[in-house]
Design a binder for this molecule. Structure first.
Ligand code: SF4
Length: 287
């Protein structure tokens, strides 16, 4: 037997294992957070990047055997960036037989007009993109909006908030949009970015780069991303532990008085309480 078929077999075995792992993680996240319910119309926001292609692909494969009946519709926003290959997604989606819609809205001009040259445009760009997608969802009977954020996006946001905003918060697997009209789900919440990248390559998705516009992620986000990538190599398991910790919070072991009533912990329930002013009045620093 030649070496080539053996290598190919091994490769196929690994690819099948990876696909199974991703399907399992997505199925688990959907079940844990009750992301998809019977009768849902799930809009998969497709950017042309590896994450959203993977999301659509895995949801399509789960749909066939899901315990509930749901519809999928893929939606892309053509933001009119120069050089955007507008034919790629329609061709891919038509070939796969997926119902889809392309929204055409020139958010690129708005972003480049409003953001000074050399500054990161991604934040405004994403906000405008979200607005256009949510509006389409509201007008077309969509009950769930699925985004392609994965475990490492969630961890990245967690550390950005921790390091630069002094807040202990990340990016939830499921949320209601600020205007209250939409339920947003992140079925890839348990999936590692490196797995998704490998899967996207194996499945040969026709990737469209997001940075056609020439913008870069801001420096803080880049630094956090590098930190997580370093950990993946030098501290395997650390990122996974931190992610698991996000689902295992002990409010009484932190210091947020809104989450846990520390003041109520007393030796005697009827003991009078002094406020901060009264405590500080006796200190040497008091005015
Ligand atoms: S890289 Fe460009 S297209 Fe992508 S989010 Fe940033 S500004 Fe928008």
């Amino acid at each position: 037997m030649s070496a080539q078929p053996e290598t190919t077999r091994k490769h196929q075995y690994e690819a099948a294992k990876l696909a199974k792992r991703l399907r399992h993680q997505v199925g688990q996240a959907i079940a844990d957070f009750n992301m998809i319910e019977d009768g849902d119309t799930v809009m998969v926001c497709l950017s042309g990047g590896k994450d959203s292609y993977t999301l659509l692909d895995v949801l399509l494969s789960l749909q066939a055997k899901a315990p509930v009946r749901f519809e999928l519709v893929a939606v892309n926003l053509d933001q009119k960036q120069p050089g955007f290959p507008a034919h790629v997604l329609p061709e891919y989606l038509a070939a796969r037989g997926v119902p889809f819609h392309i929204i055409e809205q020139d958010t690129y001009s708005t972003v480049t007009r409003v953001i000074p040259q050399g500054k990161t445009m991604c934040s405004l760009c994403s906000r405008l993109r979200r607005g256009a997608l949510y509006q389409w969802a509201a007008a077309n009977g969509v009950s769930k909006i699925a985004l392609g954020h994965h475990r490492d996006d969630i961890l990245g946001t967690f550390f950005l908030n921790l390091f630069y905003q002094a807040q202990l918060k990340a990016m939830p697997p499921k949320l209601r949009s600020d205007d209250g009209r939409h339920v947003v789900i992140r079925p890839l919440a348990y999936c590692r970015e490196s797995d998704i990248a490998e899967y996207a390559e194996a499945r040969r998705f026709p990737i469209i780069p997001c940075n056609l516009c020439g913008s870069q992620e801001n420096l803080q986000r880049q630094a956090v991303k590098r930190m997580l990538e370093d950990w993946e190599k030098t501290q395997p398991g650390r990122a996974e532990n931190i992610f698991r910790a996000l689902g295992s919070v002990s409010p009484s072991q932190l210091a947020d008085r809104n989450l846990f009533d520390f003041a109520a912990l007393g030796a005697r329930e009827d003991a009078p309480r002094a406020d901060a002013h009264q405590w500080l009045a006796g200190s040497p620093d008091a005015p």
